[in-house]
Design a protein around this ligand. Sequence first.
Ligand code: ZN
Length: 134
Amino acid sequence: MYEELLKKAKQVSYYSHSPYNKFCVGAALLTRSGKIYTGCNIDNHGISSICGERVAFTKAFSEGEPTKDKENYVAIMVVGRKESSDKFEAAIPCGYCRQFMSEFVNKNFKVLTYEEGRIVEYTLEDLLPNSFDL
Ligand code: ZN
C-alpha cells in the first residue's frame, strides 16, 4: 500500500504551482477504507501558500471524510522534487502542517517520505512531540 501512496504522491507533484521556491511537493493521504486523496503545493505570492498535505486533507474533508474520527486516517506520503528535476527527495511536513494534521489524526498516524530510494516512516508524534490534543 505504501508503494501506491508513493506512486500517487509522485504523480501529483507534477500539478504543483511553485514558481517562487521551485520545489514541487506531492502528498497522498490514506484512509482506513483504502481511499487515497492527493494534494500538491500551491504557492501564491500575495497571500499564504498551501502545502500538499493540507490540500490532501481538505480534499478528503470536502468529499465527505470525517473530521472527528481520528482513526479514519492511516498515513500520508509526502515527496518533493525540484521543478527542473524528476529526482524525488524527502519532503517532511512543515510545522504548520504538523499542527494542522494533529487535529485530525491519532498519534500512530504515519508520515511517510521517500529518501535515497527508500520509504522512510515517522509517526506524527515523532514530528510533533508533546503536542496539544494528539
Ligand atoms: Zn506544510
